[in-house]
Design a protein around this ligand. Structure first.
Ligand SMILES: C[S@@+](CC[C@H](N)C(=O)[O-])C[C@H]1O[C@@H](n2cnc3c(N)ncnc32)[C@H](O)[C@@H]1O
Length: 253
């Protein structure tokens, strides 16, 4: 997204990429094909993935939970077990995979094709985002956490799982991002540009603090993942650049 909040070329390309990748997306989790890096790295990946899954299951979500950029719903059953889940993704193709995954696990949920940057329609008890924060422009991280705060009731829970930079994480034919932009390939050889930002845990924690969150925890697994959770503080979060915020700035000179 640009400063003005309109999707830029990379934002639009990311949606096209994940729509086209829906059938092969889980190969990344399962270390299949181009995503296999040999026995040792794959075992380390599986161990980290298990640690992330246990961490997520130990969060104390309840009530209504929004999952932003839910994709194929890898984490959705773990969330649906804890509350009433609403999945949002800008692409319908991965969401259809999530729908099938949840149905197979015996869960019902609400599915919305929507932009993760949309304003909330109502406050909910919890919000989760898997591998979405690393697709956010550094200049907009605080704005996103402000949006998350507006999604949540006071004391509502926010949790995310995301990537740490590791050569054994992505596909073997992917190179590391340059200036936070990475070329991604599909099995058919087609290529797309995505934004990929490997945020340091301390940067994430400070941005959450600035957005008014409390009980902030940002930890990492051995190699591959960063895991974060925080609770919305009590005062009602003002929208960045909203009329209310502008009025308050004007009052204070
Ligand atoms: C890396 S995948 C993560 C999928 C899933 N959360 C997971 O943890 O496996 C990123 C997802 O973001 C979605 N996406 C991209 N741009 C989006 C936007 N502006 N709003 C909502 N979803 C978006 C893509 O369609 C894709 O499913």
């Amino acid at each position: 997204m640009t400063e003005a909040g309109h999707p830029d070329a990379i934002d639009r390309e990311m949606v096209r990429y994940y729509a086209a990748r829906a059938d092969e997306y889980d190969d990344w989790y399962r270390r299949r094909g181009r995503y296999s890096h040999g026995q040792e790295d794959d075992a380390a990946w599986r161990s980290d993935l298990e640690a992330a899954a246990s961490w997520l299951s130990a969060r104390r979500f309840r009530g209504e939970i929004v999952e932003l950029a839910a994709g194929t719903g890898w984490w959705s059953p773990a969330l649906a077990r804890q509350g009433q889940l609403i999945l949002c993704d800008a692409a319908s193709e991965p969401l259809e995979k999530a729908r099938a995954r949840l149905a197979a696990a015996g869960f019902t949920a609400e599915f919305r094709v929507c932009d993760a940057w949309s304003e909330p329609d109502r406050p909910v008890d919890g919000l989760f985002a898997g591998f979405w924060v690393s697709h956010i422009d550094r200049a907009r991280l605080g704005e996103f956490f402000g949006l998350v705060a507006r999604w949540l009731v006071p004391d509502g829970l926010f949790a995310f799982i995301d990537s740490r930079q590791d050569p054994g994480s992505g596909a073997r034919n992917h190179r590391p991002p340059v200036d936070d932009v990475q070329v991604r390939r599909l099995d058919d050889g087609s290529s797309f540009l995505v934004r990929k930002v490997f945020y340091e845990p301390a940067v994430l924690a400070s941005a959450l603090e600035r957005a008014g969150f409390s009980d902030i925890e940002v930890v990492t697994t051995d190699r591959f993942f960063v895991l974060g959770s925080a609770r919305r503080g009590s005062p009602s979060p003002a929208r960045n650049g909203s009329r209310e915020a502008r009025r308050s700035r004007a009052r204070n000179g």
